[in-house]
Design a protein around this ligand. Structure first.
Ligand code: AP5
Ligand code: MG
Length: 212
């Protein structure tokens, strides 16, 4: 099973991705998580990435294509994979077509997740993450047991650098300009499935029913 999850920032891609990879036993490839890990390294490259992510702009297509090509060549992707956050531009989608062809693999579905924009801004403003172990929380939806503290490792929770209101707006703009055209790209390939819903369970149910 090879799936792409498409959708604007904060739509719940990461949340639904975790449920799908567990259900189908496939690899979860979140390009955002990979980049945030690289940005946490105390190197010049880490500092460059950290500033870029905090601005809400995209990393270059060349870097992303190379990163994903390497990740897809790993053993755990043989049983299937879910791409969360890639492709994000038409050139990335074209590069992915070539990568998959060279692997003799094909996509089963591109699931486009949709929720109302006001809900997205509310969710991202309430998201908190553990800077140490990466566990995500949401003050409204899935708060920690003790206010401001990670349940798993006791570290102080933080706001993601790109979840500040002005950066959220910038990320939504970048999405509309550069990523939204991918829906048409995959509709033309008869791979697009639009999943609308407010709860992650509702969206997961729709995707799973379509994959049967
Ligand atoms: P990335 O990490 O991919 O961020 P994103 O697309 O902006 O999406 P998010 O991770 O913010 O949201 P999500 O859809 O995963 O939602 P989540 O489940 O967390 O990318 C970050 C940056 O990396 C980019 O801006 C770019 O710079 C760079 N990058 C990454 N890939 C790239 C690429 N291919 N090319 C170039 N640059 C790239 O949910 C959001 C919140 O809502 C959470 O708090 C969650 O708990 C809550 N929530 C989830 N579901 C529900 C629900 N049903 N009800 C209520 N709350 C909910
Ligand atoms: Mg995410």
């Amino acid at each position: 099973m090879n799936i792409i999850l498409l959708g604007p920032p904060g739509v719940g891609k990461g949340t639904i991705a975790k449920m799908l990879v567990e259900r189908y036993g496939i690899a979860h490839i979140s390009t955002g998580d990979i980049l945030r890990n690289a940005a946490a390294e105390p190197t010049e490259e880490g500092a460059r990435l950290k500033a870029l992510l905090a601005s809400g702009a995209l990393v270059s297509d060349g870097e992303m294509n190379e990163l994903v090509c390497n990740r897809l060549s790993k053993e755990d992707c043989r049983k299937g994979f879910l791409l969360d956050g890639y492709p994000r531009t038409i050139p990335q989608a074209e590069a992915l077509d070539e990568i998959l062809e060279s692997m003799d693999a094909a996509l089963d579905m591109v699931a486009a997740v949709e929720v109302p924009e006001e809900e997205i801004i509310k969710r991202l403003s309430a998201r908190r993450v553990c800077p140490k172990c990466g566990k995500p929380y949401n003050l409204d939806f899935s708060p920690p047991k003790r206010e401001g503290v990670c349940d798993a490792c006791g570290s102080k929770l933080v706001l993601r650098d790109d979840d500040k209101p002005e950066t959220i707006r910038k990320r939504l703009q970048v999405y509309v300009q550069q990523t939204a055209p991918l829906a048409e790209y995959y509709r033309n390939k008869k791979l697009l499935f639009v999943a609308r819903g407010l709860t992650s369970e509702e969206i997961l149910g729709k995707i799973a029913a379509e994959l049967k």
